[in-house]
Design a protein around this ligand. Structure first.
Ligand code: FMN
Length: 229
């Protein structure tokens, strides 16, 4: 693996089109050099007043296995989540319709019926297993920060995921990885004043995993964007 890839052979448009959530990974690590290159470049993400509020913790190897075991157990045992920012996952109106459509595409690809609550719970626990990814990045921000800085974290995350895509690395952003922040902090030795928003599992795609056949669409331009003159 070369240490630097200054011109990955993918346009920005192609990276935006090709990035998608991948939920099954090969047991193959990304090289340390490539990880460094990607995370260094992701630092170019914009932020309010350039405060760069993202605090990413990248976890691999033994540390990942230990954390994964505990999170999976919590998921399997239905341990009540205690996220730093509570969210009930309920959306109204058109947002609900989009949520249901995305879930139908995913569970459809996996062959899990909507009424199959056991199958759906098993699919949910795959989140806590990082979908078998060899790496995960947990994105924290410091205690006083809130909504404004959370937008910065979103920009950072998309910058990161496009960099992954441009280098052939698959990823999945996961709010589900923010459900047990105390466990993540304890494993990684992170102070309570750092609060966890979400995680991103990443690595090389396992194209044989059924979930990876899922494709979701988007609202049309006319439905999404209002142009004012
Ligand atoms: C902040 C954030 C949190 C997400 N949380 C989860 C999650 O917990 N589990 C999951 O499987 N997908 C999760 N997703 C992936 C979305 O379902 C996905 O981005 C959306 O359906 C669009 O599909 P695409 O990424 O394949 O284009 C999350 C995405 C974002 C941006």
């Amino acid at each position: 693996m070369t240490a630097r890839t200054p011109n990955p052979a993918m346009s920005l448009d192609a990276a935006i089109r090709e990035r998608r959530s991948v939920r099954g990974f090969l047991d193959r690590e990304v090289s340390a050099e490539l990880l460094e290159e990607i995370f260094e470049l992701a630092q170019r993400a914009p932020s309010n007043c350039n405060v760069q509020p993202w605090v990413p913790h990248v976890v691999s190897g033994e540390a990942l296995h230990r954390l994964r075991d505990e999170l999976v157990q919590a998921g399997r045992d239905h341990v009540p989540p205690l996220p730093d920012w509570p969210a009930d996952g309920r959306y109204p109106g058109v947002y609900r319709a989009r949520q249901v459509d995305a879930a139908a595409k995913l569970y459809g690809a996996m062959g899990v019926e909507r009424s199959d609550l056991v199958g759906r719970h098993a699919a949910y626990v795959r989140n806590q297993a990082f979908f078998d990814a060899p790496h995960v990045v947990f994105i924290f921000m410091h205690q006083p920060f809130d909504t404004r800085e959370a937008t910065d974290l979103g920009m950072y995350a998309q910058t990161l995921m496009l960099l992954f895509t441009s280098r052939g690395i698959a990823s999945c952003a996961q709010g589900a990885l923010g459900l047990y922040p105390d466990t993540v902090r304890r494993h990684l030795g992170i102070a309570a004043e750092y609060r966890l928003l979400f995680g991103i599992s990443f690595g090389y795609e396992d194209t044989t995993v059924a979930a990876n056949a899922a494709r979701v669409g988007r609202a049309d331009l006319g439905e999404a964007v209002r142009f004012h003159r």
